[in-house]
Ligand binder design. Sequence first.
Ligand code: UD1
Ligand code: MG
Length: 448
Amino acid sequence: RPLVSPIPPLPALHVSFGLSIFAFVGTLYLVPALGPTFVKANLKGRDLLKTYSTPIPESLGLVCASVYILLLIIFIPFAFSSITLSDAYTVHEGIVIKEFPHYQLSVYLSSILSLLIATMLGLLDDIFDIRWRHKVPIPIIASIPLLMVYYAERGNTHIVVPIPLRPLLGTLLNLGPLYYLYMSLLSTFATNSINILAGINGAEASQAVIIALSVIANDLLYLPWPAYFHIPLHLLGGQADLEVGGVWRAGMAYGSTQLVERHLFSLYFMLPLVGVCAGFLYHNWYPARAFPGDTLCYVTGMAFAVVGIQAHFSKTLLLFFLPQIFNFVLSCPQLFGLVPCPRHRVPRFDADTNLLHPSKALFLRPPSRLATFVLRVLAALGLTELTIHPQSGMILEATNLTILNFLLLRLGPMAEKRLVQTLIATQVTGSVVAFAVRYGLANLVYDG
Ligand code: UD1
Ligand code: MG
């Protein structure tokens, strides 16, 4: 019995693009419409960096997540309507039968499952303020379906060793189970790292939009474009040229259908994400009329982990997280209890000047010797500023260890809107660096 698609074979990418516009318009409309309902359900917060204390509806990321996941589900039949999806045929009594690509379907379903768990975790965190030690392992468990699908496809667990280390380690190094550990940690990193780079209007949603657009730009490089798109990469300092659609020459299978399918999958998940986040950002932009809550941070983070793992570009994905990695590493002394961590580490608001200043963590007890050492090193690097007791030399205060406070420390006090614009500029610069490293520098340490 030949397989007949229930719907005509539409170009799935066009459908995905259409649904993303719908996602944008839907979120744009639904966020203000549902705001009062969220306030009534006690999902509201005070804007910490304003003079007024009107309750702002919080956790509107739930609206984004719902629109996003529902559209992804509606999209599933379209993803499988195209006849080019699978090249697996069986011949039965002389008739060629096209096999349904079950593997692709499991990729979709496991991805949606992980997104649903992230939504649930985010909403529970918004309602109950879950403790750190409880919320960190949950995304790790949520990533098991993704890893299982990766395993089922005999996903790669090798890494290519950079040329200088090859005499020691050989050309290819099989990380085996460690590679799975790395991928599950990626999911918990992606979900939490956006959440801790937050607290000023527009921060969370703009990070998500820029990372998603960077992933989309990277995916577009792998689509089968006509041959006249040709980027002379040697002009940018790389050794190989980049043929858009022909795929980066160094080492990759030229235009392999599998590679194209994986990046199409990534596009199907990223386009509507840009839609919902951009629609939400309109209402979250300074002065915010809606807050994302942890729900938005977890769902967007999980969406990135999903495409990074399922489309096999987790290392490139991590390059798009440079500001988040910086913020996370800088935060570690506070996250792991070496330095006191107040409930909110957002910058301090000066109502008279309307400017933000770096906020400070106060030592109630004298800091340990290790904490003193770490803080002095960070201060020497210009990453924090310490208040020191003039006589005893003891540290009394340190500015909170976040990228936002760091930016204020280095660039001076600024208004909230300026700070979020600076953050956006940092994120965009990070992505430009990421592309340069991925397609330029990589040629210096890896051969083709
Ligand atoms: C994380 C940060 C915390 C930061 C908070 C701000 C860590 C370990 N935790 O905590 O330091 O203060 O995010 O989101 O780094 N808010 C604003 N303006 C905004 C967005 C949020 O004032 O633009 C305030 C509102 O009062 C809102 C609250 O932040 O109700 C939300 O905080 P929540 O997401 O619950 O904090 P965490 O994610 O736990
Ligand atoms: Mg949060």
